[in-house]
Design a protein around this ligand. Sequence first.
Ligand SMILES: Nc1ncnc2c1ncn2[C@@H]1O[C@H](COP(=O)(O)OP(=O)(O)O)[C@@H](O)[C@H]1O
Ligand SMILES: [Mg+2]
Length: 267
Amino acid sequence: MIEAQNINFAYRRGIPVLTDINCKIEDGEFIALLGHNGSGKTTLSRLFMALMHPRSGNILVDGNDINGLEPADLADKIGYVFQNPDLQILADTVFDEVAYGPRIKKLSEEQVQAQTEENLKVMGLEDLTTSYPRLLSFGQKRRLGVATALALNPNTLILDEITNGQDAFEKNKMMEYLSVLNKERGMTIILISHDMNIIRRYTKRAIVLKDGSIVYDGATEQLFNGEFPVESWGLRKPLISQLTTAFGVAADTIEAFCDKLIKGGEK
Ligand SMILES: Nc1ncnc2c1ncn2[C@@H]1O[C@H](COP(=O)(O)OP(=O)(O)O)[C@@H](O)[C@H]1O
Ligand SMILES: [Mg+2]
């Protein structure tokens, strides 16, 4: 569980970047962190994993205040995948990349082997163990980033704009892997993304930041029901929401929408 209590944060120049942030993320949630560029999403997620600390307020991870802790202290609780996959790559093979954390932690080589193989498999990279990480496709690098973040068995994953620049096939594949982690391992997933189609399909709850304040915290489904000024929050309505609004047909998926439209059915 991650809890932010009255968080305020500013970088060096002192301009407020986060103002009075209060939120609680429960174990096992699949949650979206949304907002226009510069709204504070990356900053908030960095605070969650103690890369920086708030000017005032507290962040609790599993009930403990993390003020004074370092990222390494939280590495087996929270895994973080950076916006730029190249920044994270350290090793010469895919296997060594994912094994890096567990080796530093001095797990036995057998444990390292078992854990690494498992995490590579979860991300669909089991056939690439000896490949040079920098030569992977963009989508594969992304999945490698996630596999690396999984290496220390965290119960929470924070993914910062990892679906950017991926084609639909790679993106869906990634999302399906994440879905499995969430459903089968009960992993908490915090997804920062501008892809509202993905957000609507996979996340149950969304927190929206605008200029460093929370303007929405609730069900993802409600976010796009027409009541909220989502465009002014920098969010593009998901395709399905645009279609259902334009045609006045209620449907949860494109398939259901087409079905109803073709049958000329229920409005
Ligand atoms: N390292 C930094 N030093 C100073 N200002 C920063 C730094 N990183 C981000 N900011 C500023 O903080 C605000 C929030 O940025 P950020 O958290 O990166 O937003 P988002 O991830 O939502 O795009 C922006 O105004 C940005 O310019
Ligand atoms: Mg960001």
